[in-house]
Design a protein around this ligand. Structure first.
Ligand code: OXD
Ligand code: MN
Length: 591
């Protein structure tokens, strides 16, 4: 009898009508063959999928230029399909599953004619982890197939693991005709199914990432009692060699990857990397929270990455342990045949092609690399990879950091007073938007837990789920809020950020160990100037206070905005959060 996998693949092939079907085994040899196909056969928007880069500078690296209208996640075309609208919640676009499938069937019908269908069996998490999930993605893009090998654990063992079970996550993807008019990223959480058509962009097309590891997995986690979060995982080693594990949630393009590979300025401190985007969090046998990174690679934003902002990422990109590394929509330095992006070097190379392959003419408002240009590289290339990365049980979490990009209103750091207060603080997060998704850049939008675009079910219920851990976890982590991006009245960043963020993290580890002081504010506990190591920095009392200033007029607006946001969830928003908001208002305004 044919297995569920065979049957499902056959059904999708009957619908999409590819010329060939190819089952991936995840080997390096195979990856080389697929890259060769991208170099010489398969094209995107008229160009070969891959262009070989200078291996002496960036070994095993290839440049990919996407269709010019396909450069970021398209949240307005991303839909959660549940029988009841309320199950998707106001945080998601919604469509009834039957209607959605009827529309998609038309679009998928014959869409792979003349193309190869790649069958990608992959694990999110290690195959020997009790927390991992087996998945199958189908795609007609060799770029997606190669990217999935980097980002997940692709292998024949997945098919063996699934065997005759029907329990695997299904992802059907086609680039279609790349027309945004015929582009949809549709999720069916009740069937563990994703159908995505019309885009080859990472967040829309590598279904193991945002679609499955966050949207579908968050819905599974809600049903099964765990959390799928938009979080990095790091181990912070102190001079006494003790390692404290943290999770950190920041919205897209707010420096998460830099934080995941931080090179601390403080002597004796080290950061070990376990993940830069997604964490799956379970309650371990000892009653603590444990996190694994379901992914196996980095899909990071290139602009701004350099030897000064993130030396370990630069080393990762030049490491050739794992084949291959991809660059997408960066510029090309013609003289060295290597990728280039704004911020990589102080001086722009003379002879540049822009991200679309055109000769770059210097224009201040037109960057050479796309602002959302990316690199895709294996986590095993990372020199700061934690020894615990391959621990199937994950690492025990002592602190959770939430933060956003705010030029005002939010202090550099505060610690929450309790689990409920921490969940509340994370639920009111806001951040200025960036270019990781297509929308107006630089406006504040509420982005609870940095999950607004990624929570695959009603966020009101998601907040209740978070609150419920209070009674299920024996040693709850401390929750901290950060904002590295506060500006002074002249528009300059007050805090230096980057490597100096380690000073704030040191305060957090000291708070976890109960060896550091704090001061109470309306928002939560903040460090006094003497509680935080500012050695070597020029911070007088006035400048330090600016980092923590709570301005009533800003908070009046903020509280109103939060109330409006909360109201959109109606009955599903837990009462505890409204209570927390009232309490905050009382503390801030005395009412
Ligand atoms: C990402 C994102 O690509 O959050 O990681 O947009
Ligand atoms: Mn992300």
């Amino acid at each position: 009898m044919a297995s569920y996998i065979d049957n499902w693949v056959k059904e999708q092939a009957l619908l999409t009508k590819p010329d060939k079907i190819y089952w991936m085994d995840g080997s390096e040899e195979e990856a080389k063959k697929l890259v060769q196909i991208g170099l010489t056969k398969e094209k995107i928007a008229g160009n070969f999928t891959f262009l070989e880069l200078n291996g002496k500078i960036y070994p095993n690296s290839y440049l990919h230029r996407s269709h010019p209208t396909d450069v970021a996640r398209t949240e307005h075309l991303t839909v959660v399909c549940t029988p009841k609208r309320e199950d998707a919640g106001p945080n998601n676009n919604w469509q009834e599953p039957g209607e959605a499938k009827a529309k998609l069937k038309n679009l998928f019908d014959g869409c792979m004619k003349g193309r190869t269908m790649y069958v990608i069996p992959y694990f999110l998490g290690r195959s020997d982890s009790p927390y991992s999930k087996p998945c199958i993605q189908l795609t007609d893009s060799v770029y997606v197939a190669v990217s999935m090998r980097i980002m997940t654990r692709v292998g024949k063992n997945v098919v063996e693991n699934i065997g005759n079970s029907s329990s695997f996550v299904r992802g059907l993807h086609s680039i279609g005709d790349l027309n945004p008019e015929r582009r949809w990223i549709m999720h069916f959480p009740e069937e563990n199914l994703v159908m995505s058509i019309g885009s080859g962009y990472g967040g829309n097309a590598l279904l193991g990432k945002k679609c499955f590891a966050l949207r579908i997995a968050s819905a599974i986690g809600y049903r099964e009692g765990w959390l799928a979060e938009h979080m990095i995982i790091i181990g912070v080693e102190a001079p006494d060699k003790k390692i404290t594990y943290f999770l950190a949630a920041l919205p897209s393009a707010c420096g998460k990857t830099n934080l995941a590979m931080l090179d601390p300025v403080l002597k004796g401190y080290k950061v070990w990397t376990l993940g830069d985007d997604i964490a799956w969090i379970n309650i371990g046998k000892d009653g603590r929270l444990y996190a694994i990174n379901p992914e196996a690679g980095f899909f990071g934003v290139a602009p701004g990455t350099s030897y000064s902002t993130n030396p370990f990422m630069m080393k990762t990109l030049k490491n050739d342990k794992f084949f291959p590394t991809l660059f997408t929509n960066t510029a090309l330095d013609v003289d060295t045949n290597s990728p280039w992006w704004e911020g990589l070097t102080d001086e722009r190379p003379k002879n540049l092609l822009d991200w679309q392959g055109q000769k770059y003419e210097n224009a201040p408002d037109k960057p050479a690399a796309h602002p959302n240009s990316r690199f895709t590289t294996s986590i095993y290339n990372c020199p700061t990879l934690s020894k615990e990365y391959d621990n199937p049980l994950g690492v025990p979490i002592s602190g959770i950091i939430f933060g956003g990009r705010r030029r005002s209103t939010m202090p550099l750091v505060y610690e929450s007073r309790s689990w409920e207060h921490g969940v509340f603080s994370a639920s009111i997060m806001g951040s200025e938007t960036t270019s990781a998704a297509l929308h107006q850049v630089g406006v504040v939008r509420r982005d609870p837990m940095a999950m607004l675009p990624f929570c695959g079910y009603n966020m009101g219920r998601y907040f209740s789920h978070w609150l419920s851990f209070k009674n299920k976890v024996k040693h709850l982590p401390k929750i901290f809020m950060v904002n590295w991006f506060r500006k002074d009245d002249s528009g300059n960043f007050i805090w230096p950020g980057f490597r100096d963020n380690s000073r704030v993290i040191k305060w957090m580890t000291d708070r976890i160990e109960n060896r550091s002081g704090y001061e109470e504010t309306a928002l939560g506990l903040i460090p006094k100037k003497t509680d935080i190591d500012l050695s070597g920095l020029n911070f007088d009392d006035a400048k330090f206070s600016k980092l923590f200033e709570i301005k009533k007029d800003e908070w009046e607006k903020e509280a109103e905005d939060i109330s409006k946001f909360y109201s959109t969830f109606g009955e599903t928003l837990p009462k505890e959060l409204w209570d927390q908001l009232s309490e905050l208002k009382k503390k801030l305004f005395g009412i």
